[in-house]
Design a protein around this ligand. Structure first.
Ligand SMILES: NC(=O)c1ccc[n+]([C@@H]2O[C@H](COP(=O)([O-])OP(=O)(O)OC[C@H]3O[C@@H](n4cnc5c(N)ncnc54)[C@H](OP(=O)(O)O)[C@@H]3O)[C@@H](O)[C@H]2O)c1
Length: 317
């Protein structure tokens, strides 16, 4: 990818997309097309087709999706299936028709079978049942991975895919409906600290193990793949390290400086007991994550505090 290549970044306002856009600019890419949803609704097939015909991007990074935590994906499974299928089909097929040189699609570690052996190797995909809470999202993601793989094998176009683990970092959503575990806990512990609340409750027993990757490391991995990876086989992107939710909550409490108690609500589900990617393939290619979890959490919290300080104050009478 040359510095003046025409790069279409779909989803440039999201957690991944906004960090990717900043990094592409920092690395000197000068020809980035990153329309907002208002400028280009990716659900609108005619608009996407016309965008490709007029803009003729050479590279495509597909970081647009209907994404969110377990609550959102289980409540809105119809939208998660329909919107993700439609966005990906529109972007991937038009990229194929307009002879894009390379496309990168993002899957998600959530799409591995709920009870896959750990750590999860790439070949475990479709070896068992999807986790029921995100089945719609998973079916859409697998379709996207397969569409890229088939286009690669059938037409020789470099449509590659990766499978990131849970991501966190600056630019995440701080909203209990859409948020992921780290952004929700950071926000809730911050608010509890401000209000002097004695405890914060956390869903589940705290024993479930999860893997997290700092979004800036994820962005580095995506650019690494765009530069160096050419294969129809998707590749896992993770930190290769997992923690229990209890360890995570403790770390967040330290980072936020919250003195209260963390109470685990064991009547709420834990989800799958463990979710850790095997990242051997990525390591063998020459990439590994750099940011330790606590360091990433500190940077994320600093950005959260800054954003809060900029938000307009609500005055109640
Ligand atoms: N975050 C994670 O933990 C994680 C983990 C694994 C994989 N992934 C994958 O990584 C990719 C990026 O995730 P993310 O966390 O950055 O998601 P995100 O923060 O929710 O961002 C999604 C992006 O897609 C855009 N988008 C959604 N529907 C659109 C539409 N109809 N037209 C135009 N744009 C639309 C959003 O635009 P608006 O700003 O207008 O909503 C936003 O820019 C997704 O494919 C996701 O599945 C994420």
């Amino acid at each position: 990818m040359d510095k003046d290549s025409r790069v279409f970044l779909a989803g440039g306002t999201g957690l991944v997309g906004a960090n990717l856009l900043a990094e592409l600019r920092a690395r000197g890419y000068s020809n980035i097309l990153a329309p907002t949803r208002r400028q280009l609704d990716l659900l609108n097939s005619n608009a996407v087709q016309s965008f490709f015909e007029h803009e003729r991007p050479e590279y495509v990074i597909l970081a647009a999706a209907r994404a969110g935590g377990i609550k959102a994906s289980s409540t809105f499974s119809a939208e998660f299936l329909f919107e993700n299928l439609t966005i990906q089909n529109n972007v991937i097929w038009n990229a194929h028709r307009s002879q894009v040189r390379k496309l990168l699609f993002l899957g998600s570690s959530c799409v591995y079978p709920g009870l896959a052996p750990q750590p999860m190797k790439e070949e475990y995909l479709l070896s068992g049942q999807f986790e029921p809470t995100n089945e719609g999202y998973s079916i859409a993601k697998v379709s996207g991975l397969k569409l890229c793989e088939y286009i690669y094998r059938q037409y020789g176009q470099k449509f590659i895919s990766c499978m990131p683990c849970n991501l966190y970092g600056p630019g995440d959503y701080y909203d209990t409906e859409r948020g992921h575990v780290i952004s929700s806990l950071l926000m809730r512990m911050h608010d509890a600290k401000e209000m002097g609340a004695p405890s914060v409750s956390v869903w589940g027993t705290g024993n479930a193990r999860r893997e997290f990757l700092y979004v800036k490391d994820a962005v580095d991995a995506l650019l690494f793949l765009l530069e160096h990876y050419d294969s129809a086989r998707f590749v896992n992107v993770g930190s290769g390290v997992d923690v229990t939710i209890s360890e995570l909550a403790d770390m967040i409490r330290r980072v936020v400086g919250y003195q209260g108690e963390i109470v685990f609500d064991a009547t709420k589900p834990d989800g799958v007991p463990r979710k850790l990617l095997n990242v051997d393939r990525m390591n063998t290619l020459g990439w590994r994550a750099r940011t330790p979890l606590e360091e990433g959490l500190r940077a994320t919290y600093a950005e959260f505090v800054f954003q809060r300080s900029q938000a307009p104050k609500v005055v109640t009478q």
